[in-house]
Design a protein around this ligand. Structure first.
Ligand SMILES: [Zn+2]
Length: 419
């Protein structure tokens, strides 16, 4: 059995990753879920991929609950109470599937106050091992509170055999940790959100090694799982997500159909390019680019214009709550300029050159242009500007906004990507 060592303090206490590991499931159930009978939740595809094999090794299982393959199951909160009605009272849920099945079962288990076993069938997201379930509720995409799985059993052979698109999506989701890490370093340098070393060390030191081979499922899944643990420990998604995820959330709310990982991939391209261009500017040039700070009225009018589709929840409130008044903006600019050399150095050390990032993502079959994920002209730049409004988290977008250079930089970015 290949048990991966976990940091203390997690809700997840058992993580097995390796070849032919399902035979270990009965013992894991006895140890971590004593007295409960396993109940598999899967869909027709994941049942074929892994569910059947898991079912065969179980002792005294309940009959599995299998969703049809079509229409495709969505992580909509409405399915949770329906599934709860099907759950036997002495069951330990065993989620066999991708991110959607896992999120549904995670939330179901959380509401029922029992823990569950996660058997991922594709290395497509970092959410398997995190607390909270990403679901649509009341028309809004949100992270609903619930504990992470108590145990995860991932078979590398099953992950390897998963659809190519899902593997590429997971690679992009892991890749995003590179620019997201740069943004945490920026927030740390400016004294806004210090880097927490134990959390940082779960992901960042081995990240470039994990990303060096998109076909190495052992590395990719280890990285995605580590990200989930980092989020569990930090109680927030900061360790895993920066502006690239905020862009992806905006496009998600706008109904862009591409997978989470693919939207994140295009966000990562934008983030990597903006970091490289911005932090290669000499500070004197940066200062020359800065216009007078925006007034509250100007910001409000701009937010209204960006949010006029009305699908962004309470973004306006968040944006205005974090808006720095002009005097505050000037102070922040001083701090940015005073720390410019440190910022440039830390960001450069964290990232890879933009062209290298683009090549790596392309090679892994991840989208690197807005058109590839179905964005219409204008939607890419609009998404990046809107992403600055939707969360309090300090990202590169806030720095660009404070310096008053968002529009200049985005115009250059659009030209670079042929948008
Ligand atoms: Zn993600």
């Amino acid at each position: 059995m290949k048990r991966v060592q976990l940091p203390p303090g997690l809700e997840t206490v058992c993580f097995v990753l390796g070849e032919n590991v399902y035979q270990d499931i009965p013992e894991i159930l006895k140890t971590h879920f004593p007295g409960r009978r396993p109940w598999i939740v899967a869909d027709e595809n994941t049942w074929r991929a892994a569910g059947e094999a898991v079912y065969k090794v179980l002792e005294a299982p309940h009959l599995p609950y299998i969703y049809p393959a079509e229409p495709q199951l969505h992580a909509d909160y409405g399915v949770v109470p329906l599934l709860a009605q099907q759950m036997p009272s002495d069951a330990v849920p065993v989620a066999v599937g991708g991110g959607t099945i896992n999120d549904i079962v995670k939330r179901l288990s959380g509401e029922a106050g029992i823990s569950y076993l996660c058997v991922p069938t594709a290395p497509s997201v970092d959410g398997y091992s995190s607390s909270g379930a990403a679901m649509t509720k009341d028309g809004l995409k949100q992270t609903l509170k619930c504990p992470a799985p108590k145990a995860i059993v991932a078979d590398v052979g099953v992950l390897r055999a998963s659809p190519a698109e899902m593997k590429a999506a997971g690679y992009a989701d892991l890749f995003a940790k590179l620019p997201a890490g740069a943004e945490w370093l920026i927030a740390d340098t400016l004294g806004i959100e210090p880097v927490r070393q134990d959390v940082w060390h779960l992901i960042q030191p081995p990240l470039k090694k994990w990303l060096s081979d998109a076909g190495n499922m052992d590395h990719i899944f280890t990285g995605l799982a580590a990200t989930g643990y980092a989020m569990q420990l930090y109680n927030d998604s900061r360790p895993a997500s920066g502006m690239e995820h905020l862009c992806s959330h905006v496009w998600e709310m706008e109904g862009v159909e591409a997978s989470h990982g693919f939207k994140v991939s295009v966000g990562t391209i934008a983030s990597a390019w903006l970091h490289e261009k911005l932090f290669s500017l000499p500070v004197e040039e940066l200062k020359k680019l800065m216009p007078p700070p925006k007034s509250r009225q100007e910001k409000e009018a701009e937010a209204d214009e960006l949010l006029k589709r009305g699908v962004y929840g309470n973004a306006k409130e968040i944006a205005m709550a974090k808006f720095p008044e002009p005097a505050e903006t000037l102070l922040r600019r001083e701090m940015i300029c005073a720390n410019w050399d440190t910022l440039c150095k830390r960001v450069k050390e964290q990232l890879l050159p933009f062209e290298e990032i683009r090549t790596m993502l392309k090679k892994a079959n991840c989208p690197t242009t807005p058109a590839e994920i179905g964005l219409v002209p204008g939607q890419f730049i609009h998404g990046i500007k809107t992403a600055q409004l939707i969360r309090k988290r300090y990202t590169l977008l806030d720095l660009l906004e404070e310096c008053g250079i968002m529009d200049i930089m985005l115009k250059k970015l659009a030209a670079e990507l042929g948008e």
